[in-house]
Design a protein around this ligand. Structure first.
Ligand SMILES: C[S@@+](CC[C@H](N)C(=O)[O-])C[C@H]1O[C@@H](n2cnc3c(N)ncnc32)[C@H](O)[C@@H]1O
Length: 368
């Protein structure tokens, strides 16, 4: 997706960017309270923060992230943890705007909570990330739980090596923009191979030259995904596709984590943004009124579970793990939309269920 505004200080907010913000804020809304329960410090890094604002005074990702915390219903319960927001933007004009926007935001939210620290910086992401790593090495410290939002224009300024070193700590998570459009265009061209090798952390992308169409798309997507798992050590990686105005894939957002709860939460958020499939947003369909409620088709999941667990007795917790990790569906699809109709059709029974069609914690499910 050619990203409008690459030359401007402030640019138009496109529907796909609003969808990206919905994913980001939906996730942070859950991540802040869950992690702050067990940790005295949390870090949010917006490595490619932009000017903090779009045309028409619409908020950019830094303001949206701050809003999540300051307007959170559990804000008071989180006040014993320190929240560090690091907003970095390399371009001076955009940084100046960002700094103004953030300072105004703080001035408009007085008295500013003492546990929320905001830092802005005008450097390259590489420089900032190297600085954090050097500091941690010197202090022999572990990085506090960190959510890194890495949202560049194009494929510049982002290497797998840097991500892997920054995000090798256990509780670090990543939400990263993968410019499929550019990668696909140049994977076989030979003129930006060094940059692509840095992005992927391997030169295997060159194998795309032998592929076309959807095979090539799947190959490049899966290669980036497997590199995030192998190089950064993420146990779970989940992507979300953005379709541009011409109906082609513009980019993917990849989320990486080592934590099951994180994956479960991000999948719920992805299904909120794409109620039909939990994986795609299209600029073409954006803004069109839908006259009926979009409900996911759970028949494929019913068939998958019936086959996977044939003859077995398992808990709903085991089924939830399977659904979240192994299928495209989210945990919220399991009980009412999947197990209930399966029970009605006699495919499953339960030896300890109190009320037919309901599956509270520890319910056992017997598959025929
Ligand atoms: C897509 S925009 C960010 C949008 C913002 N995250 C949001 O959602 O509102 C990417 C920004 O990264 C900045 N940028 C480009 N190269 C960079 C680098 N190496 N380090 C940090 N920022 C960079 C650009 O100037 C641009 O403002």
């Amino acid at each position: 997706m050619s990203r409008s505004g690459e030359k401007d200080t402030v640019w138009e907010l496109k529907p796909h960017t609003a969808a990206k913000h919905q994913l980001l804020t939906g996730y942070l809304k859950a991540w802040f309270p869950i992690l702050s329960r067990w940790n005295s410090r949390l870090v949010f890094i917006d490595g490619f923060a932009g000017p903090g604002i779009y045309k028409g005074d619409k908020p950019g990702s830094p303001v949206q992230a701050l809003d999540v915390l300051l307007e959170h219903t559990h804000k008071d319960a989180m006040s014993s943890s320190e929240f560090i927001f690091m907003f970095n933007e390399a371009e001076k004009d955009r940084y100046d705007k960002l700094d103004t926007v953030v300072n105004e935001y703080i001035a408009n939210h007085q008295p500013w909570p003492a546990n929320i620290k905001v830092k802005t910086g005008c450097d390259s992401f590489e420089y900032v990330a190297e600085g954090i790593l050097k500091h941690l090495e010197e202090q022999k410290k572990n990085l506090a739980p960190t959510f890194a939002f890495v949202d560049p224009f194009g494929v510049k300024g982002l290497s797998m090596d840097l991500l892997s070193r920054l995000l090798s700590f256990d509780r670090c998570e990543l939400f990263v923009y993968f410019d499929f459009n550019t990668v696909n265009r140049f994977a076989a061209a030979g003129n930006i191979d060094d940059r692509l090798a840095e992005l992927f952390g391997t030169d295997q992308f060159k194998r795309a030259a032998d592929l076309t169409g959807s095979e090539r798309k799947t190959f490049l997507h899966d290669l980036y995904q497997s590199q995030l798992m192998d190089a950064c050590g993420f146990k779970y990686v989940k992507s979300f596709e953005m379709i541009n105005e011409t109906g082609h894939t513009g980019y993917f957002l990849f989320y990486g984590t080592r934590n099951f709860m994180g994956l479960k939460t991000m999948k719920e958020v992805m299904w909120n943004v794409d109620p039909g499939g939990g994986a795609v947003f299209s600029d073409i369909l954006a803004g069109q009124d839908v006259l009926f409620d979009i409900k996911p088709d759970t028949l494929p999941l019913q068939e998958d579970l019936a086959q996977q667990f044939r003859g077995k007795r398992v808990s709903v917790e085991t089924l939830e793990q399977y659904v979240v990790i192994e299928t495209p569906y989210a945990a919220k699809h399991l009980k009412k939309a999947t197990l209930k109709p399966m029970q009605e059709r006699g495919i499953i029974t339960s030896p300890n269920q109190k009320r037919k069609g309901t599956f509270p914690a520890k319910t056992l499910v017997q598959f025929a």
